[in-house]
Ligand binder design. Structure first.
Ligand code: IMP
Ligand code: MG
Length: 177
């Protein structure tokens, strides 16, 4: 069995989301063609909380990619399983993801989306594990909630074998021996 230890409380996470939204509201002021694209499934909880705090006119969409099996180690394969259906050419696109780990998933998504010629492509993540980045990663977050060491975290959208996404806080997964 596994145990979950609280790393960031719901209050800490939501305070951080307030700050990121405030910054986005400032940085994108005047833009009326913003599309916020959430990365399914992990980015959904962060995306809904974030977009509720954005006071600019935005559209939302989703993209889905999978790079993990049911374990805690990346398979190294990135598969795009759902493309956004919104027309993004000439628009300010903000990608919202739960975590950037090795950077494989987001580097691949960025390459794909760039081919559609958006005006800008911005990356917003709730968590960042910089120590885990592979040298081939081509993207870094423009907005990031928390920088964490190499821990396996769950909650607020993040899963372990599809469980724990609905925890309202972020916890570290510990495995019982
Ligand atoms: P990357 O391609 O290695 O950057 O992995 C990104 C994806 O792996 C994220 O979108 C998550 O779905 C998953 N992931 C990476 N680290 C964790 C973690 O600590 N907990 C849960 N999922 C994670
Ligand atoms: Mg994910």
């Amino acid at each position: 069995m596994e145990l979950v230890e609280v790393l960031f409380t719901q209050e800490q996470v939501e305070e951080k989301i307030d700050k990121i939204a405030e910054q986005i509201n400032k940085d994108f002021e005047g833009s009326d063609d913003i599309i916020v694209i959430g990365v399914l499934k992990g980015g959904v909880y962060f995306m809904t909380e974030l977009t509720k705090r954005i006071t600019l006119p935005i559209a939302i969409d989703f993209i889905s990619a999978s790079s993990y099996g049911d374990g805690t180690v990346s398979s190294g394969n990135v598969l795009i399983t759902k493309e956004p259906d919104t027309y993004i050419e000439g628009k300010d696109v903000i990608i919202v993801e739960d975590i950037i780990d090795t950077g494989r998933t987001l580097s691949c998504l960025f390459e794909k989306l760039k081919q559609r010629n958006p005006k800008s492509l911005t990356l917003c993540t709730l968590l960042n594990k910089p120590d885990r980045r592979i040298p081939d990663a081509t993207v870094e977050p423009d907005y990031n909630g928390f920088e964490i060491p190499d821990l396996f975290v769950v909650g607020y959208g993040l899963d372990y074998a599809q469980k724990y996404r609905n925890l309202p806080y972020i916890g570290v997964l510990k495995f019982d021996k």
